[in-house]
Design a protein around this ligand. Structure first.
Ligand SMILES: NC(=O)c1ccc[n+]([C@@H]2O[C@H](COP(=O)([O-])OP(=O)(O)OC[C@H]3O[C@@H](n4cnc5c(N)ncnc54)[C@H](O)[C@@H]3O)[C@@H](O)[C@H]2O)c1
Ligand SMILES: [Zn+2]
Length: 410
Protein backbone atom coordinates (compact mmCIF):
# COMPACT_ATOMS: atom_id res chain seq x y z
CA UNK A 1 0.00 0.00 0.00
CA UNK A 2 1.40 3.36 -1.00
CA UNK A 3 2.50 5.90 1.59
CA UNK A 4 2.91 8.95 -0.64
CA UNK A 5 0.28 11.24 -2.06
CA UNK A 6 -0.12 13.74 -4.87
CA UNK A 7 -2.94 16.15 -5.60
CA UNK A 8 -2.79 18.68 -8.41
CA UNK A 9 -5.99 20.68 -8.60
CA UNK A 10 -7.42 24.00 -9.73
CA UNK A 11 -6.82 26.66 -7.04
CA UNK A 12 -10.57 27.23 -6.98
CA UNK A 13 -13.33 24.63 -7.09
CA UNK A 14 -17.00 25.35 -6.46
CA UNK A 15 -19.74 22.74 -6.51
CA UNK A 16 -23.48 22.97 -5.92
CA UNK A 17 -26.66 24.53 -7.23
CA UNK A 18 -26.15 28.20 -8.04
CA UNK A 19 -22.34 28.32 -8.03
CA UNK A 20 -22.37 29.44 -11.69
CA UNK A 21 -23.39 32.88 -10.47
CA UNK A 22 -19.80 33.32 -9.21
CA UNK A 23 -18.53 33.20 -12.78
CA UNK A 24 -18.34 36.97 -13.45
CA UNK A 25 -16.19 37.38 -10.31
CA UNK A 26 -13.99 34.36 -11.06
CA UNK A 27 -13.49 35.12 -14.75
CA UNK A 28 -12.99 38.83 -13.98
CA UNK A 29 -10.03 38.00 -11.74
CA UNK A 30 -8.13 36.87 -14.82
CA UNK A 31 -8.90 39.78 -17.14
CA UNK A 32 -11.55 41.31 -19.35
CA UNK A 33 -10.91 39.64 -22.71
CA UNK A 34 -12.75 36.34 -22.52
CA UNK A 35 -12.57 33.60 -25.16
CA UNK A 36 -15.57 31.34 -24.55
CA UNK A 37 -15.40 27.81 -25.98
CA UNK A 38 -18.73 25.98 -26.28
CA UNK A 39 -20.35 23.54 -28.68
CA UNK A 40 -22.96 24.88 -31.13
CA UNK A 41 -25.89 23.27 -29.29
CA UNK A 42 -25.06 24.61 -25.84
CA UNK A 43 -24.14 28.03 -27.25
CA UNK A 44 -27.88 28.63 -27.68
CA UNK A 45 -28.84 27.40 -24.22
CA UNK A 46 -30.38 30.01 -21.92
CA UNK A 47 -27.87 29.32 -19.13
CA UNK A 48 -24.89 29.96 -21.39
CA UNK A 49 -26.45 33.09 -22.88
CA UNK A 50 -27.15 34.41 -19.36
CA UNK A 51 -23.54 33.81 -18.31
CA UNK A 52 -22.17 35.63 -21.37
CA UNK A 53 -24.61 38.50 -20.84
CA UNK A 54 -23.47 38.81 -17.21
CA UNK A 55 -19.80 38.89 -18.25
CA UNK A 56 -20.52 41.56 -20.86
CA UNK A 57 -22.59 43.59 -18.39
CA UNK A 58 -19.56 43.51 -16.09
CA UNK A 59 -17.40 45.11 -18.79
CA UNK A 60 -15.76 42.05 -20.35
CA UNK A 61 -15.30 41.62 -24.06
CA UNK A 62 -16.43 38.08 -24.85
CA UNK A 63 -15.66 36.18 -28.08
CA UNK A 64 -17.84 33.07 -28.35
CA UNK A 65 -16.23 30.21 -30.28
CA UNK A 66 -18.70 27.47 -31.18
CA UNK A 67 -16.90 25.28 -33.74
CA UNK A 68 -16.28 22.48 -31.25
CA UNK A 69 -16.64 19.31 -33.33
CA UNK A 70 -17.35 15.83 -31.93
CA UNK A 71 -14.15 13.80 -31.34
CA UNK A 72 -12.09 17.02 -31.58
CA UNK A 73 -10.31 16.61 -34.94
CA UNK A 74 -6.88 18.19 -34.67
CA UNK A 75 -7.36 20.49 -37.69
CA UNK A 76 -10.43 22.09 -36.15
CA UNK A 77 -8.40 22.90 -33.04
CA UNK A 78 -5.53 24.35 -35.06
CA UNK A 79 -8.06 26.68 -36.65
CA UNK A 80 -9.56 27.51 -33.26
CA UNK A 81 -6.08 28.27 -31.92
CA UNK A 82 -5.60 30.79 -34.74
CA UNK A 83 -8.92 32.52 -34.02
CA UNK A 84 -8.13 32.67 -30.30
CA UNK A 85 -4.60 33.99 -30.84
CA UNK A 86 -5.99 36.79 -33.04
CA UNK A 87 -8.46 37.75 -30.29
CA UNK A 88 -5.64 37.85 -27.70
CA UNK A 89 -7.69 36.68 -24.73
CA UNK A 90 -6.78 37.08 -21.06
CA UNK A 91 -8.80 34.04 -20.04
CA UNK A 92 -10.65 31.10 -21.59
CA UNK A 93 -14.16 30.18 -20.46
CA UNK A 94 -14.69 26.46 -21.16
CA UNK A 95 -18.39 25.59 -21.14
CA UNK A 96 -19.94 22.21 -21.96
CA UNK A 97 -19.20 18.53 -21.88
CA UNK A 98 -15.75 16.97 -22.00
CA UNK A 99 -15.41 17.85 -25.68
CA UNK A 100 -15.69 21.62 -25.12
CA UNK A 101 -13.54 21.50 -22.00
CA UNK A 102 -10.80 19.55 -23.76
CA UNK A 103 -11.00 21.85 -26.80
CA UNK A 104 -10.55 24.87 -24.52
CA UNK A 105 -7.45 23.33 -22.93
CA UNK A 106 -5.83 22.70 -26.31
CA UNK A 107 -6.72 26.16 -27.60
CA UNK A 108 -5.15 27.64 -24.46
CA UNK A 109 -1.97 25.63 -25.15
CA UNK A 110 -1.78 26.93 -28.73
CA UNK A 111 -2.33 30.56 -27.71
CA UNK A 112 0.37 30.35 -25.03
CA UNK A 113 3.02 28.34 -26.87
CA UNK A 114 2.23 28.38 -30.61
CA UNK A 115 3.45 25.51 -32.77
CA UNK A 116 1.22 22.61 -33.69
CA UNK A 117 -0.68 20.32 -31.35
CA UNK A 118 1.44 17.30 -32.23
CA UNK A 119 4.32 19.12 -30.49
CA UNK A 120 2.47 18.48 -27.24
CA UNK A 121 1.15 14.92 -27.68
CA UNK A 122 2.02 12.59 -24.83
CA UNK A 123 3.09 13.45 -21.30
CA UNK A 124 4.84 16.49 -19.89
CA UNK A 125 5.43 18.08 -23.30
CA UNK A 126 3.72 21.42 -22.59
CA UNK A 127 6.66 23.69 -21.75
CA UNK A 128 5.00 26.08 -19.29
CA UNK A 129 1.80 27.73 -18.08
CA UNK A 130 -1.05 28.24 -20.54
CA UNK A 131 -3.88 30.78 -20.60
CA UNK A 132 -6.02 30.54 -17.48
CA UNK A 133 -9.09 28.36 -18.05
CA UNK A 134 -12.31 28.66 -16.08
CA UNK A 135 -14.07 25.34 -16.64
CA UNK A 136 -17.83 24.90 -16.38
CA UNK A 137 -18.98 21.32 -17.08
CA UNK A 138 -22.52 20.64 -18.28
CA UNK A 139 -22.14 16.86 -18.09
CA UNK A 140 -21.21 14.76 -15.08
CA UNK A 141 -18.81 13.72 -16.23
CA UNK A 142 -15.46 13.55 -17.60
CA UNK A 143 -13.83 15.41 -14.72
CA UNK A 144 -11.98 17.45 -17.34
CA UNK A 145 -12.65 20.58 -15.25
CA UNK A 146 -9.97 19.43 -12.80
CA UNK A 147 -7.73 17.10 -14.82
CA UNK A 148 -4.36 17.60 -16.56
CA UNK A 149 -5.40 15.95 -19.83
CA UNK A 150 -7.23 16.61 -23.10
CA UNK A 151 -7.95 14.00 -25.74
CA UNK A 152 -8.15 14.68 -29.51
CA UNK A 153 -8.32 12.80 -32.80
CA UNK A 154 -5.64 13.03 -35.44
CA UNK A 155 -6.26 11.38 -38.84
CA UNK A 156 -2.57 10.35 -38.87
CA UNK A 157 -3.20 8.16 -35.83
CA UNK A 158 -5.32 5.05 -35.48
CA UNK A 159 -6.61 6.11 -32.05
CA UNK A 160 -7.39 9.29 -30.15
CA UNK A 161 -4.34 10.81 -28.54
CA UNK A 162 -3.89 12.68 -25.27
CA UNK A 163 -2.03 15.81 -24.29
CA UNK A 164 -1.19 15.46 -20.60
CA UNK A 165 0.51 18.08 -18.48
CA UNK A 166 -0.22 19.69 -15.14
CA UNK A 167 -0.23 23.00 -17.04
CA UNK A 168 -3.61 21.94 -18.51
CA UNK A 169 -5.35 22.01 -15.14
CA UNK A 170 -7.90 24.84 -15.17
CA UNK A 171 -7.57 27.74 -12.69
CA UNK A 172 -11.16 27.26 -11.63
CA UNK A 173 -13.78 24.51 -11.81
CA UNK A 174 -17.38 25.66 -11.43
CA UNK A 175 -19.58 22.59 -11.12
CA UNK A 176 -23.23 23.59 -11.03
CA UNK A 177 -25.58 20.58 -11.28
CA UNK A 178 -28.29 22.89 -12.62
CA UNK A 179 -26.39 22.90 -15.92
CA UNK A 180 -26.59 19.11 -16.24
CA UNK A 181 -30.39 18.94 -15.93
CA UNK A 182 -30.99 19.18 -19.69
CA UNK A 183 -28.55 16.42 -20.61
CA UNK A 184 -30.44 13.58 -22.36
CA UNK A 185 -30.47 10.08 -20.82
CA UNK A 186 -27.76 8.61 -23.07
CA UNK A 187 -25.35 11.51 -22.46
CA UNK A 188 -26.11 11.24 -18.71
CA UNK A 189 -25.49 7.49 -18.73
CA UNK A 190 -22.26 7.52 -20.73
CA UNK A 191 -20.72 10.51 -18.96
CA UNK A 192 -21.88 9.24 -15.56
CA UNK A 193 -20.55 5.73 -15.97
CA UNK A 194 -17.24 7.16 -17.17
CA UNK A 195 -17.04 9.13 -13.92
CA UNK A 196 -17.66 5.91 -12.00
CA UNK A 197 -14.93 4.18 -14.03
CA UNK A 198 -12.54 7.06 -13.19
CA UNK A 199 -13.18 6.45 -9.48
CA UNK A 200 -12.91 2.66 -9.83
CA UNK A 201 -9.73 2.74 -11.88
CA UNK A 202 -7.96 5.32 -9.74
CA UNK A 203 -8.86 3.33 -6.62
CA UNK A 204 -7.49 0.14 -8.19
CA UNK A 205 -4.44 1.81 -9.79
CA UNK A 206 -1.09 0.12 -9.32
CA UNK A 207 1.35 1.39 -6.73
CA UNK A 208 3.96 2.76 -9.15
CA UNK A 209 7.60 3.08 -8.16
CA UNK A 210 8.07 6.88 -8.23
CA UNK A 211 11.42 8.61 -8.34
CA UNK A 212 10.89 11.75 -6.29
CA UNK A 213 14.21 13.19 -7.45
CA UNK A 214 13.17 13.56 -11.09
CA UNK A 215 10.16 14.96 -12.93
CA UNK A 216 7.14 12.92 -11.94
CA UNK A 217 4.91 11.32 -14.55
CA UNK A 218 1.61 13.17 -14.97
CA UNK A 219 -0.24 10.11 -13.70
CA UNK A 220 1.40 8.73 -10.58
CA UNK A 221 -0.71 5.61 -9.85
CA UNK A 222 -2.04 4.76 -6.43
CA UNK A 223 -1.79 7.58 -3.92
CA UNK A 224 -2.83 8.34 -0.38
CA UNK A 225 -5.35 11.09 -1.11
CA UNK A 226 -7.20 9.19 -3.77
CA UNK A 227 -8.22 6.29 -1.58
CA UNK A 228 -10.71 8.38 0.40
CA UNK A 229 -11.93 10.50 -2.47
CA UNK A 230 -12.50 7.57 -4.82
CA UNK A 231 -14.66 5.62 -2.39
CA UNK A 232 -16.73 8.73 -1.72
CA UNK A 233 -17.14 9.27 -5.47
CA UNK A 234 -18.39 5.68 -5.81
CA UNK A 235 -20.81 6.13 -2.89
CA UNK A 236 -22.25 9.27 -4.52
CA UNK A 237 -22.45 8.12 -8.13
CA UNK A 238 -23.60 4.50 -7.90
CA UNK A 239 -27.02 4.89 -6.24
CA UNK A 240 -27.83 8.17 -7.99
CA UNK A 241 -26.78 7.60 -11.59
CA UNK A 242 -29.72 5.29 -12.42
CA UNK A 243 -32.04 7.92 -10.93
CA UNK A 244 -30.49 10.72 -13.01
CA UNK A 245 -30.74 8.60 -16.17
CA UNK A 246 -34.38 7.65 -15.46
CA UNK A 247 -35.44 11.19 -14.57
CA UNK A 248 -33.16 14.00 -15.65
CA UNK A 249 -35.08 16.47 -13.52
CA UNK A 250 -34.29 14.62 -10.27
CA UNK A 251 -32.30 17.46 -8.71
CA UNK A 252 -30.94 15.46 -5.81
CA UNK A 253 -29.63 12.72 -8.10
CA UNK A 254 -28.12 15.30 -10.47
CA UNK A 255 -26.33 17.01 -7.58
CA UNK A 256 -24.95 13.75 -6.20
CA UNK A 257 -23.69 12.57 -9.60
CA UNK A 258 -22.14 15.99 -10.33
CA UNK A 259 -20.31 15.97 -7.00
CA UNK A 260 -19.23 12.34 -7.44
CA UNK A 261 -17.97 13.06 -10.93
CA UNK A 262 -15.95 16.01 -9.67
CA UNK A 263 -14.40 13.83 -6.93
CA UNK A 264 -13.63 11.14 -9.51
CA UNK A 265 -11.85 13.72 -11.66
CA UNK A 266 -9.88 14.86 -8.61
CA UNK A 267 -8.80 11.22 -8.19
CA UNK A 268 -7.81 10.27 -11.69
CA UNK A 269 -6.16 13.64 -12.41
CA UNK A 270 -3.12 12.70 -10.32
CA UNK A 271 -3.52 8.89 -10.27
CA UNK A 272 -4.55 8.01 -13.80
CA UNK A 273 -6.97 5.43 -15.13
CA UNK A 274 -6.12 2.07 -16.62
CA UNK A 275 -7.32 -0.85 -18.69
CA UNK A 276 -10.94 0.06 -19.50
CA UNK A 277 -9.54 3.29 -20.90
CA UNK A 278 -6.70 1.58 -22.76
CA UNK A 279 -9.21 -0.72 -24.46
CA UNK A 280 -11.71 2.10 -25.14
CA UNK A 281 -9.27 3.98 -27.35
CA UNK A 282 -9.08 1.33 -30.11
CA UNK A 283 -12.69 0.22 -29.57
CA UNK A 284 -13.90 3.83 -29.85
CA UNK A 285 -11.88 4.27 -33.04
CA UNK A 286 -13.33 1.12 -34.63
CA UNK A 287 -16.95 1.50 -33.55
CA UNK A 288 -17.24 5.31 -33.31
CA UNK A 289 -18.98 4.88 -29.96
CA UNK A 290 -18.78 7.43 -27.12
CA UNK A 291 -15.93 7.30 -24.63
CA UNK A 292 -18.14 6.46 -21.62
CA UNK A 293 -20.00 3.72 -23.47
CA UNK A 294 -16.68 1.97 -24.07
CA UNK A 295 -15.19 2.42 -20.59
CA UNK A 296 -18.52 1.43 -18.99
CA UNK A 297 -18.77 -1.65 -21.20
CA UNK A 298 -15.24 -2.78 -20.29
CA UNK A 299 -15.15 -2.08 -16.55
CA UNK A 300 -16.90 -5.28 -15.34
CA UNK A 301 -14.43 -7.41 -17.31
CA UNK A 302 -11.41 -5.46 -16.12
CA UNK A 303 -12.53 -5.64 -12.49
CA UNK A 304 -13.28 -9.36 -12.88
CA UNK A 305 -9.66 -9.92 -13.88
CA UNK A 306 -8.58 -7.92 -10.81
CA UNK A 307 -10.41 -10.17 -8.30
CA UNK A 308 -7.51 -12.53 -7.55
CA UNK A 309 -4.96 -9.68 -7.72
CA UNK A 310 -6.43 -7.03 -5.43
CA UNK A 311 -9.33 -8.63 -3.54
CA UNK A 312 -9.11 -6.24 -0.56
CA UNK A 313 -9.42 -3.18 -2.79
CA UNK A 314 -12.41 -4.65 -4.58
CA UNK A 315 -13.99 -5.61 -1.26
CA UNK A 316 -13.71 -1.95 -0.18
CA UNK A 317 -15.44 -0.97 -3.42
CA UNK A 318 -18.14 -3.55 -2.71
CA UNK A 319 -18.78 -1.96 0.69
CA UNK A 320 -18.98 1.49 -0.93
CA UNK A 321 -21.58 0.04 -3.30
CA UNK A 322 -23.66 -1.18 -0.37
CA UNK A 323 -22.38 -4.77 -0.18
CA UNK A 324 -22.34 -6.60 3.15
CA UNK A 325 -20.24 -9.70 2.34
CA UNK A 326 -17.60 -10.28 5.03
CA UNK A 327 -15.41 -12.84 3.25
CA UNK A 328 -12.90 -10.80 1.22
CA UNK A 329 -13.03 -12.88 -1.94
CA UNK A 330 -16.86 -13.01 -1.94
CA UNK A 331 -17.01 -9.28 -1.26
CA UNK A 332 -14.62 -8.65 -4.18
CA UNK A 333 -16.79 -10.74 -6.52
CA UNK A 334 -19.90 -9.01 -5.21
CA UNK A 335 -18.33 -5.62 -6.10
CA UNK A 336 -17.81 -6.70 -9.70
CA UNK A 337 -21.36 -8.07 -9.94
CA UNK A 338 -22.77 -4.83 -8.54
CA UNK A 339 -20.83 -2.70 -11.04
CA UNK A 340 -22.01 -4.94 -13.92
CA UNK A 341 -25.62 -4.69 -12.72
CA UNK A 342 -25.42 -0.90 -12.48
CA UNK A 343 -24.05 -0.67 -16.03
CA UNK A 344 -26.87 -2.89 -17.28
CA UNK A 345 -29.49 -0.82 -15.46
CA UNK A 346 -28.43 2.40 -17.16
CA UNK A 347 -28.30 0.82 -20.61
CA UNK A 348 -24.59 0.30 -21.22
CA UNK A 349 -24.12 -2.45 -23.84
CA UNK A 350 -22.75 -5.61 -22.28
CA UNK A 351 -20.55 -6.96 -25.07
CA UNK A 352 -18.12 -5.76 -27.71
CA UNK A 353 -20.02 -7.85 -30.27
CA UNK A 354 -23.16 -5.83 -29.48
CA UNK A 355 -21.41 -2.61 -30.58
CA UNK A 356 -20.14 -4.11 -33.82
CA UNK A 357 -16.66 -5.36 -32.93
CA UNK A 358 -15.82 -8.52 -34.91
CA UNK A 359 -13.89 -11.38 -33.32
CA UNK A 360 -11.16 -11.02 -35.96
CA UNK A 361 -10.55 -7.45 -34.75
CA UNK A 362 -9.67 -8.50 -31.20
CA UNK A 363 -5.94 -9.19 -31.83
CA UNK A 364 -5.45 -5.67 -33.25
CA UNK A 365 -7.41 -4.19 -30.32
CA UNK A 366 -5.10 -6.10 -27.96
CA UNK A 367 -2.01 -4.76 -29.74
CA UNK A 368 -3.27 -1.18 -29.62
CA UNK A 369 -4.30 -1.59 -25.98
CA UNK A 370 -0.74 -2.57 -25.09
CA UNK A 371 0.53 0.50 -26.95
CA UNK A 372 -1.19 2.69 -24.34
CA UNK A 373 1.72 1.84 -22.08
CA UNK A 374 1.03 4.59 -19.57
CA UNK A 375 -2.48 3.21 -18.94
CA UNK A 376 -1.46 -0.43 -19.01
CA UNK A 377 1.32 0.22 -16.48
CA UNK A 378 -1.21 1.75 -14.06
CA UNK A 379 -3.41 -1.34 -14.32
CA UNK A 380 -2.99 -3.89 -11.50
CA UNK A 381 -3.15 -6.49 -14.27
CA UNK A 382 0.05 -5.20 -15.88
CA UNK A 383 0.90 -5.95 -19.46
CA UNK A 384 0.25 -9.69 -19.49
CA UNK A 385 -0.86 -10.19 -23.14
CA UNK A 386 -2.59 -13.50 -22.39
CA UNK A 387 -4.75 -12.03 -19.68
CA UNK A 388 -5.59 -9.04 -21.86
CA UNK A 389 -6.68 -11.46 -24.60
CA UNK A 390 -8.87 -13.32 -22.13
CA UNK A 391 -10.44 -10.04 -20.98
CA UNK A 392 -11.15 -9.00 -24.57
CA UNK A 393 -12.65 -12.36 -25.45
CA UNK A 394 -14.89 -12.31 -22.39
CA UNK A 395 -15.97 -8.75 -23.22
CA UNK A 396 -16.62 -9.75 -26.82
CA UNK A 397 -18.82 -12.66 -25.75
CA UNK A 398 -20.48 -10.60 -23.02
CA UNK A 399 -19.75 -13.35 -20.55
CA UNK A 400 -17.51 -12.98 -17.51
CA UNK A 401 -17.66 -16.67 -16.60
CA UNK A 402 -14.64 -17.73 -18.70
CA UNK A 403 -12.63 -14.95 -17.13
CA UNK A 404 -13.96 -15.88 -13.74
CA UNK A 405 -12.92 -19.50 -14.14
CA UNK A 406 -9.52 -18.35 -15.32
CA UNK A 407 -9.04 -16.02 -12.37
CA UNK A 408 -10.56 -18.48 -9.86
CA UNK A 409 -7.76 -20.83 -10.79
CA UNK A 410 -5.14 -18.32 -9.67
N1 LIG B 1 -9.97 15.54 -20.22
C1 LIG B 1 -10.44 14.56 -19.47
O1 LIG B 1 -10.06 14.43 -18.34
C2 LIG B 1 -11.46 13.63 -20.10
C3 LIG B 1 -11.93 12.53 -19.36
C4 LIG B 1 -12.88 11.71 -19.95
C5 LIG B 1 -13.37 11.98 -21.22
N2 LIG B 1 -12.87 13.06 -21.92
C6 LIG B 1 -13.36 13.40 -23.27
O2 LIG B 1 -14.63 14.01 -23.12
C7 LIG B 1 -15.41 13.79 -24.29
C8 LIG B 1 -16.80 13.32 -23.91
O3 LIG B 1 -17.40 14.32 -23.13
P1 LIG B 1 -18.92 14.26 -22.65
O4 LIG B 1 -19.30 12.88 -22.35
O5 LIG B 1 -19.05 15.25 -21.56
O6 LIG B 1 -19.75 14.66 -23.93
P2 LIG B 1 -19.59 15.79 -25.06
O7 LIG B 1 -18.93 17.01 -24.57
O8 LIG B 1 -18.98 15.13 -26.25
O9 LIG B 1 -21.11 16.12 -25.34
C9 LIG B 1 -21.98 15.12 -25.88
C10 LIG B 1 -23.27 15.76 -26.32
O10 LIG B 1 -24.03 16.16 -25.18
C11 LIG B 1 -24.47 17.50 -25.32
N3 LIG B 1 -24.60 18.09 -23.98
C12 LIG B 1 -23.62 18.29 -23.07
N4 LIG B 1 -24.15 18.82 -21.94
C13 LIG B 1 -25.47 18.96 -22.15
C14 LIG B 1 -26.55 19.46 -21.37
N5 LIG B 1 -26.37 19.90 -20.11
N6 LIG B 1 -27.78 19.46 -21.91
C15 LIG B 1 -27.99 19.00 -23.18
N7 LIG B 1 -27.01 18.50 -23.96
C16 LIG B 1 -25.77 18.49 -23.46
C17 LIG B 1 -23.44 18.16 -26.20
O11 LIG B 1 -23.97 19.29 -26.85
C18 LIG B 1 -23.09 17.04 -27.16
O12 LIG B 1 -23.99 16.99 -28.22
C19 LIG B 1 -14.65 12.79 -25.13
O13 LIG B 1 -14.00 13.49 -26.18
C20 LIG B 1 -13.62 12.22 -24.18
O14 LIG B 1 -12.43 11.81 -24.83
C21 LIG B 1 -11.95 13.88 -21.36
ZN1 LIG C 1 -12.85 8.36 -19.04
Amino acid sequence: MTETGTLRLPPRIHVGFGVRHQLPVIVGEHGTRVFAVVDPFLARSPDFVTIVDALRAGGSEVAVYTDVLPELPVDSLTEAGGVATAFAPDVVLAYGGGSALDAAKLIAVLVAHGGVLSDYYGENNVPGPILPIVAVPTTAGTGSEVTPVAVISDPDREMKIGVSSHHLIPVAAVVDPELTIGAPPSVTAYAGVDALVHALESFTAADLPLDWETQLPVFTGQNLFVQHLALEAIRRIAPNLPRAVADGTDREARAEVAYGSLLAGMCFGPSGTHLSHAVQYPVGAITKTPHGLGTGLMIPYVLQACVPLIPERLAAIGAALGGTETDIRSAAQDAVDRVAELCRTIGIPTSLAEIGVRADQLPRIAELTLQSKRLVDISPIGSDPELIDTILQAAHAGDRSALRADTDAR
